[in-house]
Design a protein around this ligand. Structure first.
Ligand SMILES: NC(=O)c1ccc[n+]([C@@H]2O[C@H](COP(=O)([O-])OP(=O)(O)OC[C@H]3O[C@@H](n4cnc5c(N)ncnc54)[C@H](O)[C@@H]3O)[C@@H](O)[C@H]2O)c1
Length: 448
C-alpha cells in the first residue's frame, strides 16, 4: 500500500497552516468503527416535514442507544448529526422544511458528523409534484455532501411505504464510523422480514460467510470484519496465493479453500466446503477481481476474456449452484464487488469497466428477482472508489494523487471501509435492502 504522504503532512502544525493559506485539500483522519464507541457522539437533531412518520421510530432507536436526540439545533449550535425526514413531502415547496432543518445544523456539525435525509422512492409517487419533490432529495443530498468538510458525510435513505420498521440498520450504519467513506449515496429500504441481532456488536454471530479473493487487499479485510462481527469465514483464493490465504483464514479463525473462481466446479466446491465443514451457508461475497488495463486499441481477445471471466462470468456460473437447492440458505445474503470504474468508465479499463458495470446489472436483476425475494435472499453490490491497496499503489503518482483528492472526503479509502459496508449488507436485520449498489468512494467526482 502506498503511503498518503500529503494526508500525513496536512495533519502536522505547519501543514495545517500551509493548507489553510493556500486553500488546498484538507483531509481529516476519518472516524472509523471501534468496539464500545457510541454510534455517534451526539446530539442528533431529528426533524422533518409535516407528520414526519419516520422521525419517531428513528428517535426511539437512537434514545435506546443512549444518544441524545433534539428536535432542533441547540443554542451552542453543536450537533453530531442531523436526520431530516422528508418522507411526507408532497410538493417541491415542502423542500423548504429540509432547508430549515439542515441549514442551521451545518455550521456546528461535528468533525466526521452526519447528514441523513429520509424520503420515499420517486418511482412510487402518486403525483408528478410528489415525484419531483422526492427526486429533488437526491440532488440536495449529493450537493450537501459536496459542501461538507472535515470528514462529514451526507446520504439519502429512501424508505418504501410500509417498510418504516426496516430502517434501523441503515440509519445505524450511516451514523456510525462503519460508513466513514460512504457519502452522496442513495440507499433504498423496502419490505422484508428483518430480524434484530441479539447483540448489535456481533450481528453475524452463528453465520457462515464465504469471501472470494480473500488472501489480500480488500478481501482479507472483508474476512476480518465479518469474523469480528461474529461470522465463521471461509476464505477463498487461488492455489498460488495459498500461504497468504492460510494466514488470513487462521487469523480470523475460519477455513481456507483454494479454488480458482473461474473453474467450472468452483460454485460446487464452495457450497460443499461451507456445508460439510461448517453446516450452513449464509453469506457469499464475490470479491475476487483482476485488472488487465490496456487501451481498447491494444486489447486482444485473451486479455479481454480473462477480465470478464474472473470479474463477471465466474459469478454467473457460481451463482447457479450458490443460489440453487442446498446452497445459500433462505434469508441469506449475496454481496458483489463492483467499482466506480464500471459506473464512470475509465481510460484503459474497457474490459474492467465492462465487467464491473455487468456486476451492477447482475445485482439489479437478482435484487428484483421474485424467486429470490420470496426466499428472503438479498443481493447488493458495493462499488469502491479509490481504495489504498496494492492495486492502487501501482497507479502512477500523479493519477494516484488525483484519485485521492478528487472526492468530497479528499482522501483514499481503506479496505476496511469497503469491508464495513459489506458487513452491513450481510446482516439479517437488513432484509429490506436488496438490489442496491452502494459506492464506497468518499463521494468521488468520478461518475458522480
Ligand atoms: N483497490 C481498489 O481501489 C478497488 C476499487 C474498485 C474495486 N475494487 C475491487 O475490489 C476487489 C478486491 O480488490 P483488491 O484491491 O483487494 O485487489 P487485489 O488484487 O489486492 O486482491 C484480489 C484477490 O483476488 C484473488 N483472485 C484473483 N483472481 C482470482 C481467481 N480467478 N480465483 C480466486 N481468486 C482470485 C487474488 O489472488 C487476490 O488475492 C476486486 O474485485 C476489485 O476489482 C478495488
Amino acid at each position: 500500500m502506498a503511503a498518503d504522504l500529503y494526508g500525513d503532512l496536512v495533519r502536522t502544525g505547519l501543514g495545517r497552516k500551509v493548507v489553510s493559506s493556500l486553500h488546498l485539500p484538507n483531509p481529516v483522519r476519518l472516524r472509523r468503527y471501534a468496539p464500545q464507541a457510541p454510534l455517534i457522539e451526539g446530539p442528533v437533531v431529528v426533524a422533518g416535514h409535516g407528520a414526519a412518520p419516520l422521525a419517531s421510530p428513528i428517535t426511539s432507536m437512537l434514545t435506546s442507544s443512549a444518544i441524545d436526540v433534539l428536535g432542533e439545533v441547540p443554542a451552542d449550535g453543536r450537533v453530531g448529526a442531523v436526520v431530516a425526514d422528508l418522507s411526507a413531502a408532497e410538493h417541491p415547496q415542502d423542500l423548504e422544511s429540509l432547508r430549515a432543518v439542515v441549514s442551521p445544523a451545518l455550521k456546528g456539525l461535528a468533525t466526521c458528523g452526519r447528514v441523513i435525509v429520509v424520503g420515499r422512492p420517486p418511482q412510487a409517487a402518486s403525483t408528478a409534484a410528489q415525484s419531483a419533490a422526492r427526486q429533488a432529495l437526491e440532488g440536495i443530498t449529493r450537493s450537501i455532501g459536496k459542501e461538507l468538510r472535515r470528514g462529514a458525510t451526507a446520504n439519502l435513505v429512501l424508505v418504501a411505504e410500509g417498510a418504516d420498521a426496516n430502517v434501523d440498520a441503515t440509519i445505524r450504519f450511516l451514523l456510525s464510523g462503519r460508513s466513514a467513506f460512504v457519502s452522496g449515496q442513495v440507499v433504498t429500504v423496502g419490505d422484508g422480514q428483518p430480524s434484530q441481532p441479539a447483540d448489535w456488536a456481533r450481528p453475524l454471530a452463528g453465520r457462515v460467510a464465504v469471501v472470494t479473493g480473500a488472501a489480500r487487499g480488500i478481501g482479507a479485510s472483508i474476512a476480518e470484519v465479518l469474523a469480528r462481527d461474529g461470522a465463521t469465514v471461509v476464505a477463498v483464493d487461488l492455489p498460488a496465493a495459498g500461504d497468504a490465504l492460510a494466514s488470513v483464514a487462521n487469523a480470523v479463525g475460519g477455513t481456507a479453500l483454494q479454488v480458482d473462481v473461474t473453474a467450472a466446479d468452483a460454485g460446487r466446491r464452495i457450497v460443499d466446503h461451507a456445508t460439510t465443514r461448517h453446516g450452513r451457508l449464509d453469506i457469499v461475497v464475490h470479491n475476487a477481481g483482476i485488472t488487465r488495463d490496456k487501451l481498447l486499441v491494444n486489447t486482444d481477445a485473451a486479455r479481454w476474456h480473462s477480465v470478464l471471466d474472473v470479474n463477471l462470468m465466474s459469478i454467473l456460473r457460481m451463482n447457479e449452484v450458490i443460489l440453487g437447492d442446498g446452497g445459500l440458505r433462505d434469508g441469506g445474503h449475496l454481496v458483489l464487488v463492483a467499482s466506480v470504474a464500471g459506473i464512470a468508465g475509465n481510460r484503459g479499463q474497457t474490459s474492467y469497466a465492462a465487467s464491473k458495470a455487468g456486476v451492477v446489472g447482475l445485482t439489479r436483476a437478482l435484487g428484483s428477482d421474485p424467486r429470490l425475494r420470496d426466499r428472503g435472499i438479498t443481493v447488493n453490490a458495493v462499488a469502491p472508489g479509490f481504495i489504498e491497496t496494492e492495486m492502487t499503489a501501482r497507479i502512477p503518482l500523479g493519477t494516484r494523487e488525483a484519485g485521492r483528492r478528487l472526492s468530497s472526503l479528499q482522501q483514499g479509502g481503506l479496505p476496511v471501509d469497503v469491508a464495513e459496508t459489506i458487513a452491513w449488507l450481510s446482516q439479517d436485520v437488513n432484509a429490506g435492502v436488496t438490489g442496491n449498489v452502494v459506492r464506497v468512494c468518499g463521494q468521488s467526482l468520478l461518475g458522480a
